[in-house]
Each structure stands twice: as structure tokens, then as C-alpha cells.
Design a protein around this ligand. Structure first.
Ligand code: GN1
Ligand code: MG
Length: 360
């Protein structure tokens, strides 16, 4: 294990690091909290270089986007991440083993959640992503594509077809039912992505990983503070940010609950989230975006089924797993969620229509 205090000391902290402790359970990066002998704490992350092939470009994206947001908000140190450069001025430190590290300020008096506990929390989450997109609506620098074809289902099918063919872990035959579930929906999902390819749905600056646990809430007021985990900020359809959020905000349970009977789309939480989001964004969305808004959660949940299942078939090489078969449990749990969304799609469309009318 790398000497974490030594690594933290490579960054331009305003006091000496004294303790480094693990934080949370990201699926991708390793995250730590750094305590110093001054008042400030910091977040230290080892960025996963097999997931992010160009960490310096990713850090450039994050620095540019947060600098843009800081110019517009009342409290720039709390309302977005603050990237702390290394002492040599770079936005990251590369250690002797070639691993990439990055630091940002720890935002105090905040809290994150995995499952929503009230409609107001869901509404606040919607406001958070709506505001994030609004703050970046006039951001006009090109952003690096940090992960190729991240929410592009056509590219995901290219990977998927390759994984099935290679069947590296010899697991494909054992998940025939799950594979069939993916295949049955292939054409419908490609048709949605084609709208992005054809420019019917515009590309905007998007967060691309908007699950509930990536949003900071203010501890005392309970109000949304900002979106964190900006690793995947890129240009895509803004609908995907809503879709990915609904996957967690409106799920009655966690995304990898092995008790599939507990998984369900909660329409009350869906409505609350959409109310918050549209209160910020309804005036800026195009007619096509409005038309397809209710479909986005189905698209992103489907993509997540495909990605979890593909990782299971590949032999668990992308997502960190806590136990054997974790990726298959994730797959089945998200399949249950997608089925529930499909059953509720008409109701979701009605809610969007009602809210668009409300904010007209
Ligand atoms: C990953 O980094 P984290 O844990 O917030 C993943 C998302 C998935 C999510 C599933 C870069 O998010 O796309 O939706 O897990 N991020 C990347 O929980 O692949
Ligand atoms: Mg992430």
C-alpha cells in the first residue's frame, strides 16, 4: 500500500497532513479523507486508471467545469468541488508505481445518502442536477471524452457483442435468461440513442453519474448543496442525468438489493425528483427533450443492466465486487427495476406532462 500521508503531502494543502482514512465504497476509485494539523480536511482519491485512460484530461475537465461554476455561485468553496493541485502545479500526482492521485477540498457539514428517505430529499436532488446543468449551460470549451461511448448504447453493444463472443469467464451459458432480457430491448434502446446521434436530442454539458450518493446535502438545512464525483463530466444528452438519478432516487431499495421483490419504482419519489428538476430546467429544454424525458430512466437502467451483466460475463474486471456473484445480483436487481419502470411508463409520462404544465 502506498504511503498515503506522503502522497497527501505532495499536494498544495494549507497544513500538514496527519491522518488518512478510507471513505465510502466507490465502485471505481479509492477514496480517503485527509486530516491536517490545520482547520481544513481534504479528499484524496486514487483514480482508477484502467477505467479512466487519460486521468490528466479528466482532471482538466473537472478543473474547467468547477472554475466555471465558482464564478456564478454565492459560496464557491461549498457549492462545487475545489480541486487542489499538486505542489508542482499539476492537477494530479503520479506515484512511483504510475498510479494517479488527486485531491479536493472536503466540504464540511454535509451528508450523502444511498436511499431517499423523503420526497423532499428527492425534490432537492432534482434541483441539484437541474442547477448543475443550468450553471454549465453557457460553458463553451470542448470537454475530453473521458470514457469512450460512456452512455452510448451503440458502443456498449459493440463491447457487449465482443464479451459474449469471447466469454472469457465461461459464464455466458449460465445467464441465458439475462442475456435474452438485454437482447429483447436492443432495438428500442438503439432507437433512443439514434435521436442523440441525429441531433434531435441536443448535447449539453452533463454530469453522467447522478446517482443519489453523488449529491451533497447540507447537514443543517437538508437542502442540496452540489453534485460531486465529477469524473464523468462530458457532453451528452441531459436526459441521461435525469435517467441515472431516477435509478437511485425512485428505487425503493439499494441498486444491488438481492431481495428482488423489494425493488420497485416509487412514483411519489419520481414525481418529487422531476418536480425539482423541472423547476430549474423546464424553460430550457427543447420539445424533443420534453417528449423523451420520461424514457430516460428506462434507457439508463437498461444500460446499467447491460454493463453489470457484461462485467459478470467478463469475469468482474470493471466494477469492484464485495462477494462472488455481486455483478449478477446487481444485474438482476436492476432488471427488476427496469421491469417496474416499464410497468409504470405511462404514469411517468403523465407526471412529466403535468409538471411541464405546472412550470410553463
Ligand atoms: C460507477 O463511480 P461511481 O461508483 O459513482 C459508474 C457509474 C455507475 C455506477 C453504478 C465511471 O459510479 O457509471 O452508474 O458505478 N462510474 C463509472 O452504481 O463507470
Ligand atoms: Mg464515479
Amino acid at each position: 500500500m502506498a504511503d498515503l500521508i506522503e502522497i497527501a503531502g505532495r499536494f498544495a494543502l494549507n497544513a500538514a497532513p496527519v491522518e488518512v482514512k478510507p471513505l465510502g465504497e466507490g465502485f471505481i476509485n479509492d477514496t480517503f479523507v485527509v486530516t491536517t494539523d490545520g482547520p481544513r480536511r481534504y479528499i484524496l482519491q486514487q483514480k482508477n486508471k484502467s477505467v479512466f485512460p487519460d486521468v490528466p484530461a479528466m482532471m482538466d475537465n473537472i478543473a474547467a467545469v468547477t472554475a466555471h461554476i465558482k464564478k456564478k455561485v454565492a459560496d464557491p468553496l461549498r457549492e462545487t468541488l475545489t480541486v487542489i493541485p499538486a505542489a508542482d502545479g499539476k492537477l494530479y500526482h503520479q506515484d512511483d508505481e504510475g498510479e494517479y492521485w488527486a485531491v479536493c477540498l472536503f466540504i464540511e457539514d454535509t451528508v450523502t445518502y444511498d436511499v431517499v428517505s423523503s420526497a423532499e430529499m428527492a425534490r432537492q436532488g432534482g434541483i441539484g442536477i437541474g442547477r448543475f446543468q443550468a450553471l454549465l449551460a453557457d460553458f463553451d470549451r470542448p470537454l475530453a471524452e473521458v470514457i469512450k461511448g460512456f452512455h452510448n448504447i451503440r458502443w456498449r453493444f459493440t463491447q457487449w457483442d465482443g464479451s459474449l463472443k469471447a466469454d472469457k469467464a465461461g459464464r455466458a451459458a449460465s445467464v441465458a435468461e439475462e442475456i435474452a432480457f438485454v437482447e429483447e430491448r436492443r432495438a428500442r434502446m438503439l432507437a433512443f440513442w439514434k435521436l442523440v446521434e441525429d441531433g434531435v436530442l441536443p448535447r449539453r454539458v452533463t454530469h453522467n453519474d447522478t446517482k443519489l450518493s453523488n449529491i451533497l446535502f447540507d447537514k443543517s438545512s437538508g437542502e442540496v448543496l452540489c453534485a460531486i464525483d465529477l469524473d464523468t463530466v462530458m457532453s451528452s444528452t441531459s436526459l441521461n442525468d435525469v435517467g441515472d438519478a431516477i435509478r437511485s432516487y425512485a428505487n425503493a431499495t439499494v441498486e444491488d438489493d438481492p431481495d428482488y421483490g423489494k425493488v420497485a419504482l416509487r412514483l411519489d419519489m419520481y414525481e418529487a425528483y422531476m418536480d425539482g428538476y423541472l423547476s430549474e430546467r423546464s424553460g430550457s429544454l427543447t420539445a424533443s427533450e420534453k417528449e423523451w424525458l420520461a424514457f430516460a430512466p428506462l434507457y439508463i437502467t437498461y444500460e446499467q443492466v447491460l454493463r453489470f451483466l457484461m462485467d459478470y460475463i467478463d469475469g468482474d474486471t470493471y466494477y469492484k465486487i464485495r462477494y462472488a456473484g455481486h455483478n449478477l445480483v446487481r444485474t438482476r436487481s436492476q432488471m427488476a427495476l427496469l421491469r417496474s419502470m416499464e410497468a409504470n411508463y405511462g404514469a411517468m409520462q403523465d407526471i412529466v406532462r403535468k409538471l411541464l404544465y405546472k412550470f410553463e
